[in-house]
Design a protein around this ligand. Structure first.
Ligand code: HEC
Ligand code: HEC
Ligand code: HEC
Ligand code: HEC
Ligand code: HEC
Length: 498
């Protein structure tokens, strides 16, 4: 004490703090575990703080950066903190006896000098704890948002999610986050999704995921909890004009249109009766069905329960075929994704993809036979996108060089543009690396070739005991106003050029 005489109070304080820090370090160095923890925490602290701030301020939007910060450094930081605490409480140096930890603390409180120093140690520990809590809270918050982000879901597992992400990016839902359909609100689904997320993560790391990724995804949340956060079928009603632009595989690539009045109907709200297509998801009906295959393509029994609880069972005369290794049959209550199974991961057929590019002008329609030749060029069996791109280009250039050499030499840019357009139509829908080809993921929304989709049930073949069937009447779901016409009268009447 004497040695400190004559010094200003501030100087004394500073020396106390230095003493306390020394004591704190000594405390930490008492065990290897807390030493390691302290090193980890000291190194990670500034990195994490800077990382979270950079991420929140949007300076670095790279998904790998987020991964390093939140899923590697974050957990390590917490491990470091735990190591410090565990080290302090339970570990001793070799030369210390079992009760030394307790004795050590008791000694600290015995003499007034030590007591004051200990006060400072406690204050330092307190301040550091507050600081750590703030940092942990900050990165947990931003980290939570990161794992919910489209960047994490869609871009991080780049090659694996490329097809879904790329189809999603071009869909009406490209501004809706993956988690809004795949997880939705509530703690139960949150926990479930993080668990399955961890499993998927492992699958990606170990490359054990299936190619293509399996649909339907096991454990997808019932769609009505998620879709109905944004869409309420009881509030829509009426019919929707549906125009499909197509190009024929002839020399002129003739443009034709199919026009349908789609009976969207209503789930029945606001005084409207449930009717039309969205009658299936109204209060007035519950539809349960049994399917023989996991993909829900073979539906062999449909039970309709009306408002009064009366059940009507429609059965197919065909025996369900359960493939070897399948655990079916399964029962399911119909919801949105039984029809809208491709609301955002929309993969077009080759025909539709080329029509779309011709319609948007990315493939020039003046190039003779481009629809037909495009279809031929994209139909091959390719090992990789790279190979496909090269072969599509080769096929088109060869054919046009042989059959339209004059046109190609006078307007080379037209063929160049067509090649790029056809390549894009392919690359947006086919992903050889994930074994996704044309038609791998089927949509249930309509009835391509009068099979599948709605016709899984609406085939006039599923019959109830009283002989009633689930109708396949062409006017049940839509009124066909024009079919493959070059200039449909109805569009002229409506003043609708498209
Ligand atoms: C509008 C809702 C919606 C959004 C948004 C959405 N998905 Fe999906 N997703 C679905 C539905 C519905 C399925 C198919 C479910 C079924 O048939 O069982 C699906 C299927 C999948 C599959 C399984 C493979 C397949 O194509 O069937 C993966 C993987 C997937 N989604 C990833 C993503 C990623 C990554 C994002 C964000 C970039 C995303 N999803 C955004 C609704 C959505
Ligand atoms: C977070 C909100 C949100 C969720 C959840 C959501 N959607 Fe959407 N949906 C949208 C938006 C926004 C659009 C684009 C609307 C537009 O462009 O008019 C859209 C468009 C659509 C369309 C196309 C409409 C059209 O005119 O082409 C369909 C069909 C659809 N959603 C079905 C679904 C289904 C099925 C689900 C559940 C698997 C779902 N949505 C989940 C917001 C959502
Ligand atoms: C029986 C099949 C079926 C079911 C079940 C179904 N839909 Fe639809 N839905 C359709 C069809 C068919 C269309 C019109 C075709 C299209 O948009 O491509 C449509 C259109 C829509 C549209 C666009 C409406 C518009 O005016 O453009 C939305 C949004 C939608 N559905 C949401 C939902 C939601 C949400 C659910 C679940 C609560 C649901 N649907 C259940 C078949 C269904
Ligand atoms: C799982 C079987 C199943 C599937 C799949 C299915 N439906 Fe239905 N649908 C039914 C049943 C059952 C009825 C009621 C039949 C009856 O009352 O006789 C029905 C009735 C209808 C009705 C008449 C509703 C009314 O006004 O009473 C329309 C319209 C309809 N479905 C459209 C569609 C469309 C469009 C699709 C495909 C996008 C589709 N359905 C897919 C089972 C199905
Ligand atoms: C259970 C409902 C339902 C029945 C029954 C039905 N359709 Fe459809 N049809 C649809 C839906 C839904 C679509 C829209 C598909 C889409 O969104 O691409 C469609 C689309 C079409 C298209 C346009 C296809 C295209 O892409 O060019 C034609 C043509 C058509 N239907 C004809 C018929 C004929 C003919 C019958 C009678 C044999 C019939 N449909 C019965 C629901 C039905």
């Amino acid at each position: 004490m004497d040695a400190r005489k004559g010094r200003s109070e501030n100087e004394v304080k500073v020396s106390w703090i230095i003493e306390a820090i020394k004591a704190f370090v000594r405390l930490l160095s008492r065990s290897r575990v807390s030493q390691a923890g302290a090193v980890l925490v000291t190194v990670l602290f500034p990195a994490l703080l800077l990382g979270s701030v950079l991420d929140v301020s949007g300076v670095l939007g790279n998904p790998y950066f987020g991964f390093m910060v939140y899923l590697v450094m974050g957990p390590l930081f917490i491990v470091g903190l735990i190591a410090i605490a565990v080290g302090l409480l339970f570990f001793r140096r070799k030369d210390m006896g079992p009760s030394d930890t307790f004795l050590f603390f008791r000694k600290q409180f015995e003499s007034p000098e030590r007591y004051r120093r200990m006060q400072w140690v406690v204050m330092i520990i307190g301040a550091l704890t507050v600081l750590n809590v703030v940092v942990v809270a900050l990165f947990s918050y931003t980290g939570f948002h990161y794992t919910e982000s489209v960047a994490f879901c869609g871009e991080f597992c780049h090659s694996v999610m490329k097809p879904e992400y790329s189809a999603y990016s071009r869909s009406p839902h490209s501004r809706v986050k993956c988690v809004e359909c795949h997880i939705g609100e509530g703690a139960k689904w949150f926990a479930k999704s993080k668990l399955s997320g961890a499993r998927q993560f492992l699958a990606v790391a170990l490359k054990t995921y299936s190619r293509p990724i399996e649909t339907p995804i096991r454990g997808l949340r019932p769609a009505r909890d998620t879709c109905e956060e944004c869409h309420r079928p009881e509030f829509f009603f009426g019919e929707k004009l549906y125009v499909k632009n197509k190009f024929l595989p002839d020399e002129e690539n003739t443009e034709v249109k199919t026009v349908l009045l789609m009976k969207i109907g209503s789930g029945g709200g606001d005084g409207h009766h449930a009717h039309g297509i969205h009658w299936h998801v109204s209060e007035q009906a519950e539809i349960d069905y049994k399917h023989a295959d996991w993909k829900r393509e073979q539906i062999f029994e449909v039970t309709m329960t009306d408002e009064e609880g009366k059940k009507t069972v429609f059965r197919s005369s065909e025996e369900p075929e359960i493939a070897e290794g399948e655990k079916g049959p399964w029962t399911r209550t119909m919801d949105c994704v039984d029809c809208h199974n491709r609301p955002t991961h929309i993969y077009l057929s080759a025909d539709e993809a080329l029509d779309q590019k011709l319609f948007s002008g990315q493939i020039p329609r003046e190039l003779p036979f481009i629809k037909r030749q495009g279809l031929e060029a994209v139909a091959g069996d390719f090992e990789s996108t790279e190979q496909a791109m090269a072969e599509i280009e080769k096929a088109l250039r060869e054919w046009y060089g042989k059959n339209y050499s004059e046109l190609v030499s006078s307007r080379p840019e037209m063929l160049d543009k067509a090649v790029t357009g056809v390549q894009q139509a392919f690359a947006e829908n086919v992903f050889p690396e994930m074994r996704i080809t044309w038609g791998t993921y089927k949509s249930h929304l309509g009835h391509p070739d009068f099979m599948g989709g709605c016709f899984r049930c609406h085939d006039d073949e599923h019959t109830a005991e009283d002989g009633r069937t689930i109708s396949g009447d062409c006017d049940l779901c839509h009124v066909i106003l024009a079919e493959d016409e070059t200039n449909p009268e109805i569009l002229g009447l409506l003043g609708n050029a498209d």
